[in-house]
Design a protein. Structure first.
Length: 490
């Protein structure tokens, strides 16, 4: 009985404590003055208002439509009112563009973004390939490329135009996404609000009136180089009922004669990618070959391939169509992949160890523009192999490229392989610490040493010296490289 009484006492004390705590909390709430409660309400109201109000001295609002694509990152171009931005900043339009590009001596204009759900600033200037522009999710918040990314806006400071594009296969017809790209100069803020609507593409209303059967024999390639394929231009124009290629566009034709008029390659080249079954696809793991028009003669199309995807013995058929009005002429191309016929022969004698001094120089730039030196004969002389054999050795990793000295460990390339980013001491480093990069470019017929500068870290006057050692087939080539970064005016 005493034990039961003891438990009851303990329970009463604990329970009473909980009640007391709750009452104390209520008392504290009751202690807030009307002024304090009003301040809390005001702060909540400010937070809500921030989400719905754009914090900017000038807001430019635009509406764009993005044609939905299952395979393309394409979209639409938007020309913004640079004159109004320049007026707000009290600058010229040229100064605004140079400031956005980060050009030397330009006004210090800071690109950023404004989050859609909170109205808060997003400090990054860009997470796209442009100096100003971002990927956005469905809520209008900045997101990196990948899962959840829906659309992007990229500003080209050379043209003054935003390109508003999409992540393939994610937009739905009628979907609306509003994003806010922004600029700050001194204390003045300008917001560019883009209201994007996804729209479904209309089906092509045209019929196939003729088909030309063409053939191409090609070899497996490690580049995007094109092969020309000749077609009967006169017959095609006659079937289309037109007198010239002016106004003629290109489509891709898939299984069941499904027509696709949305370029999945470079639009300027009227390009489509195709998979191993000849179906239209986007650039990537499934892509095998692509078609283009405009790189050769008027009666020729170009056929290229995804580097390393084709192999000897592959056979595939793709259909590339000329369209004018409601008529289509199909160019059906059967592509056969054959073994490479090496035009060179191996050099006689044993492999050698050779050394060369290489001078590279280029103006500092905000991109990855490169300079190049032909090294084909130097490599051939040392390794006694054909250009194609050396190219294959690079692909397989048999040819190795070292910095400073040959090591037992396999090289760990930090730039385009084989190659490295280099710091001011000429030592291999990662991209973020690099000043310049040097890599070996290669194809079936070319061997080239390329070099460029980091778009942010490099400065005019930088001089980087390093030693590259390439080994293969028992021979070696040592390049003593001096890389000078100049002023653009020099």
């Amino acid at each position: 009985m005493k034990k039961v009484f003891y438990y009851l006492v303990v329970f009463s004390v604990l329970f009473g404590g909980f009640i007391a705590c709750e009452e104390n909390l209520k008392d504290k709430e009751k202690e807030l003055t009307p002024e304090e409660l009003e301040e809390l309400r005001r702060q909540d109201s400010l937070k809500e208002a921030q989400k719905n109000t754009i914090n900017a001295d000038l807001v430019l609002t635009y509406e764009v439509n993005i044609p939905i694509s299952a395979s393309s990152y394409g979209g639409t171009d938007l020309e913004i009112e640079l004159n109004k931005i320049a007026q707000a900043f009290e600058l010229t339009e040229e100064q605004v563009l140079n400031g956005i590009a980060g050009a030397d001596g330009a006004p210090d204009i800071t690109p950023f973004a404004i989050a859609g759900t909170t109205g808060a600033d997003v400090g990054s200037a860009s997470n796209t390939n442009a100096p100003w522009g971002h990927w956005w999710d469905a809520n209008g918040d900045v997101i990196n490329w990948g899962e959840g990314a829906m659309i992007y806006a990229e500003f080209n400071p050379e043209t003054g135009i935003f390109h508003v594009g999409q992540f393939p296969g994610r937009l739905e017809d009628g979907q609306k996404i509003t994003v806010i790209e922004a600029l700050r100069y001194n204390s003045i803020r300008v917001a560019v609000q883009i209201k994007a609507t996804a729209v479904a593409k209309e089906e092509v209303q045209a019929s196939i009136v003729a088909t030309q059967n063409l053939t191409l024999e090609t070899t497996p390639k490690s580049s995007y180089d094109l092969d020309p394929v000749t077609f009967d231009l006169t017959a095609a124009l006659t079937e289309l009922g037109v007198s010239s290629m002016e106004g003629v566009e290109f489509v891709a034709v898939g299984a069941g004669d499904k027509i696709t008029d949305e370029y999945t390659g470079e639009a300027a080249l009227k390009s489509y990618w195709y998979d191993t079954n000849g179906e239209v696809c986007g650039w990537g793991d499934d892509a095998m070959v692509y078609t283009t028009y405009g790189s050769f003669e008027e009666n020729q199309i170009g056929v290229g391939q995804f580097p390393g995807h084709l192999k000897e013995g592959d056979v595939l058929t793709v259909k590339y169509g000329l369209i004018a009005g409601s008529k289509i002429v199909v160019l059906e191309i059967k592509i056969t992949v054959v073994g490479y016929q090496d035009p060179e022969t191996e050099l006689e004698g044993e492999a050698q160890n050779l050394t060369y001094d290489i001078q590279l120089s280029k103006p500092v730039s905000q991109d990855y523009a490169s300079v190049a030196v032909d090294i084909k004969d130097k490599f051939r002389e040392a390794f006694r192999k054909t250009t194609y054999q050396i190219h294959q050795a690079i692909l397989s990793g048999e040819l190795k490229l070292y910095v400073d000295e040959i090591t037992e460990e396999a090289p760990a390339y930090t730039a385009d392989a084989p190659g490295y980013w280099l710091n001011t001491e000429g030592k291999a480093c990662g991209w973020s610490d690099g000043i310049v990069w040097c890599s070996i470019g290669h194809s079936e017929t070319t061997l080239t040493l390329y070099g460029g500068n980091h778009h942010e870290n490099a400065e005019a006057g930088n001089v980087v010296t390093t030693k590259y050692i390439a080994t293969y087939n028992g021979g070696s080539v040592t390049f003593n490289i001096t890389f000078t970064i100049n002023n653009p005016e020099e």
